[in-house]
Ligand binder design. Structure first.
Ligand SMILES: Cc1cc2nc3c(=O)[nH]c(=O)nc-3n(C[C@H](O)[C@H](O)[C@H](O)COP(=O)(O)OP(=O)(O)OC[C@H]3O[C@@H](n4cnc5c(N)ncnc54)[C@H](O)[C@@H]3O)c2cc1C
Length: 525
């Protein structure tokens, strides 16, 4: 999968696409797989990098949603639990079975959460990841030794899925390409093409070369998450906003704050939410928040900033439950994401299926938004059903329930640094075999070899140092300081592969450093 090849395909493959998808996050990528695997001529364009938006900033859970169960949203939980099971089958290299502990400090919490989580097990049926059970205090502390033991009565153990969101996105892009789809990152939609009031395609601009394109398509799908309103307004300038973005942040700490393999779920925070502390790539990620925000422009939608109050809230909440309180100086990285929540006033609703929203405009633009990572496949199936009808395409059933995701491999050893490459691990090892210098790590504190960067450039459409350190590897999220220090070495490796000069390397390192500093709290740069 190379960008040059994709650009060639854009020019030569077809004069008119069946389906053109705007947005390369979970929703758009899932849609590209669904459409391409049905045999439709499919193009996806992403203004930045795949998963640059919300889809690289999640809590990394493939879950039914214990919170939605608390809210009584049975339909959503059942659907998400089914999707959790399907994703684990179709991407076993990316989805792990993660045990969670709900610590109990009050007498009623054990029976209350115990029963709730039994219902959760029961709803997952044969796709369950393991039975939940009540733990006494000793068992709870054996699994989570740094939980505050004072007043602890016991805990409830349950299972959910955990994944690497941006890595799944990259593997989804590869899967869509294998199914015959054409996918382009750094290709922004700047306008819509219309004839007699009907949508006929999009105008796009290559962000790397500045070249403009007119792309004809039988139907256009707007899968741009929190950017949906901008596309809706390109279609109808007076369109009311349908998105109410809500920000969630995560803090990343050293694993010593929560050693062991279990995650912790705080079931009721001061603001009435749940808070997670989850082991991830040998670090702990803690979050999240739910802060309504009104970003003013594209740049602040693309790179939301954690607020001081949010950082303090997560630090204080997690600190209440751990023996060793993490402080600001312990933060390895802080990342923020925006939930594309749909306002109650959304009109033209074609399908308000559980928590995702699909609408069709008068000109024929199909917009899909809301939902969650876990349900991306079902969202894609629903929107392709609607879009195919809209475009008058031959009816074909979705095949994605059984479709293996690129990298599929059974018997993955989750203790290795590169497990999430699945079947691609062999390719990375072959690079090292041919050039042993590529075994060297890009930074002593980061678990990534030089070979993973070369692999990303050769096979994963990695175009910038940020792509390499944020979404092909997860260095920026795991340790922002180490990522900044690794940037020059990564730029040099990429320049070698991409035939770029010193000026490119310098510009890339500067841009990445400026960005990565935003992933550290202001006072500890
Ligand atoms: C804090 C937080 C935690 C979460 N945790 C979980 C979790 O643990 N599990 C779970 O299942 N879900 C979780 N979610 C939800 C999940 O992350 C989102 O539902 C999902 O990522 C949304 O994907 P999307 O593709 O709709 O949007 P996005 O990922 O934002 O993708 C939209 C894309 O469209 C592109 N775009 C915009 N305008 C244009 C244009 N003009 N031309 C071309 N491209 C354009 C953007 O650059 C962007 O990449 C979480 C969300 C948040 C915010």
């Amino acid at each position: 999968m190379t960008r040059e090849h994709m650009i060639d395909q854009l020019g030569s493959y077809t004069k008119e696409w069946d389906i053109c998808i705007i947005g390369g996050g979970a929703t758009g990528l899932g849609t590209a797989i669904d459409a391409a695997s049905r045999g439709y001529k499919t193009l996806l364009v992403e203004q930045c990098d795949f998963a640059k938006g919300t889809s690289s900033r999640s809590t990394k859970l493939v879950h039914g949603g214990v919170r939605y169960l608390q809210q009584g949203n049975i339909k959503l939980v059942t659907e998400a639990l089914k999707e959790r099971g399907l994703l684990r089958q179709n991407a076993p290299h990316l989805v792990k079975n993660q045990s969670f502990i709900v610590p109990n400090y009050k007498w009623w919490e054990g029976p209350f959460y115990g029963i709730g989580l039994k219902i959760y097990d029961w709803m997952a049926g044969s796709l369950g990841l393991g039975p939940s059970r009540l733990l006494d205090k000793e068992e709870t502390l054996a699994l989570a030794p740094t939980l505050d033991g004072e007043g602890l009565r016991g805990g409830v153990l349950y299972h959910d899925g955990q994944f690497d969101d941006a890595r799944l996105a990259i593997n989804l892009a590869a899967t869509a390409a294998q199914q015959g789809g054409v996918l382009l990152n750094y290709m922004a939609v700047t306008g819509l093409l219309k004839t007699n009031g009907r949508l006929k395609g999009v105008q796009a601009k290559d962000a790397l070369t500045g070249k403009g394109y007119e792309i004809k398509a039988k139907v256009v799908i707007n899968a741009t998450g929190v950017f949906s309103d901008a596309i809706l307004k390109m279609d109808e300038p007076g369109h009311e906003s349908i998105i109410a973005p809500s920000q969630g942040i995560h803090l990343v700490f050293d694993k010593s704050f929560l050693p062991g393999s279990a995650a912790v779920l705080v079931p009721h925070t001061d603001d009435g939410r749940v808070l997670f502390a989850v082991p991830w790539h040998n670090k702990i990620i803690a979050g999240t928040t739910d802060t309504p925000v009104s970003p003013k422009d594209n740049a602040s939608l693309l790179e939301p900033r954690a607020m001081e109050e949010e950082i303090t809230f997560v630090l204080q909440t997690i600190g209440k439950y751990l023996t060793k309180d993490p402080g600001r100086a312990d933060i390895k990285s802080v990342f923020a994401g925006l939930r594309p929540l749909v306002k109650g006033n959304a009109k033209n609703t074609a399908a308000l299926s559980r928590d995702h929203h699909i609408e069709i405009s008068d000109a024929g633009l199909v917009t899909i938004t809301g939902g969650k990572w876990t349900t991306y496949r079902k969202m894609a199936e629903d929107v392709v059903n609607i879009a195919a009808k809209q475009a008058g395409l031959a009816e074909k059933a979705s095949v994605t329930e059984q479709l293996k995701i690129h990298g599929w491999k059974q018997g993955v050893d989750f203790t290795t640094d590169t497990y999430y490459y699945g079947s691609d691990e062999a390719g990375i090892n072959a690079l090292i075999h041919d050039a042993p210098r590529l075994a060297k790590r890009i930074h002593p504190q980061l678990p990534y070899s030089a070979a993973t960067i070369v692999w990303a450039v050769q096979h994963e459409m990695c175009m910038t140092v940020e792509d390499a350190l944020s979404r092909r590897t997860r260095a920026l999220l795991l340790d922002a300081r180490a990522a900044i220090e690794a940037a020059p070495a990564v730029a040099a490796l990429m320049a070698g592969e991409m035939h770029k000069d010193e000026a490119w390397m310098k510009e890339q390192v500067n841009a990445f450093t400026l960005l990565a500093q935003q992933y550290l709290p202001a006072d500890i740069h």
